[in-house]
Write a protein that binds this ligand. Structure first.
Ligand code: 6PG
Length: 254
């Protein structure tokens, strides 16, 4: 896949350095955005990789550098479990970050799963996005930051290989059945992710080396490698990775 002009790769020693670089980037981007627009909207990723990053934001020197009342948090995807369930992406972020920072409750926008079916949650979340971004019909929200992870199968958010969600071009939020897991998920769609001003992937560990190499350097085959769908329209794309490159031919910027 051709390297996109807006794409860059930041090579780090390990997850700890990845997390620190991501926290520095997050605070810098946030301060710049708030200085110009008075608000910063980020869609957060679930899974395990971003946990140390979220934890860093919850403590100084990062915590007190952020005007949390001007920050809005959304989620890129969610599992269809109650928001206090051990598998909930919302619960994970609440425990490691939200409970430790003075962010107004009204600025935190979880995907409303748990108390309703996935399709209804997706429809409701789309309404939340349209209202929060003050969107007209047919408009797509432009997140200041879209934080993404990637699975070992090349999925991102809950856009899984072979999923009908990969072809969605109109809706902002969908609720695909993920055959690989035998569950429903709720996820932002590629058009929303690609509208973001900054898309940052945190990808760690040798288990993802081969799939990352295929994503970055293999043939364009997003149905098999959904992370390849992520090509920001005019935003920046950054892969923050760790020792993966020792096993792949990715050429990192230092
Ligand atoms: C989720 C995430 C998902 C995640 C990848 C990587 O709900 O699990 O949104 O897309 O980012 O599966 O997960 P790890 O960071 O745990 O490897």
């Amino acid at each position: 896949m051709m390297k996109q002009d807006s794409e860059s790769i930041l090579l780090c020693r390990d997850l700890e350095e990845m997390s620190r670089k991501a926290a520095e980037l997050f605070v810098g981007l946030l301060q710049e955005t708030i200085a110009s627009r008075g608000r910063f909207s980020a869609a957060l990723s679930g899974g395990s990789t971003p946990v140390p990053f979220y934890s860093l934001l919850a403590e100084n020197p990062f915590r007190d550098r952020v005007p949390w009342s001007m920050v809005h948090f959304f989620w890129g995807d969610e599992r269809c479990v109650p928001l206090d369930h051990a598998d909930s992406n919302y619960r994970m972020v609440r425990e490691v970050l939200l409970d430790k920072i003075p962010i107004p409750k009204a600025n935190v926008h979880p995907i409303p799963v748990g108390s309703m079916d996935a399709q209804t949650a997706a429809t409701l979340y789309e309404k939340t996005l349209r209202k929060s971004f003050d969107l007209g019909k047919g408009q797509t929200p432009r997140f200041d930051l879209m934080l993404m992870g990637m699975g070992e199968d090349g999925h991102t958010a809950s856009l899984f290989p072979g999923s009908t969600a990969l072809e969605e071009t109109e809706r902002l939020v969908v609720a695909p059945h993920v055959a690989q897991l035998g569950v429903d998920r709720v996820t932002l769609t590629a058009p929303v992710i690609n509208e973001a001003a900054n898309v940052v992937f945190l990808i760690s560990g040798r288990a993802k080396a081969n799939v990352l190499r295929e994503v970055l350097e293999g043939d364009y085959d997003p149905n098999r490698l959904p992370t390849q769908l992520i090509r920001p329209r005019d935003g920046k794309l950054l892969f923050i990775i760790d020792n993966l490159v020792t096993e792949s031919t990715v050429t990192p910027e230092r």
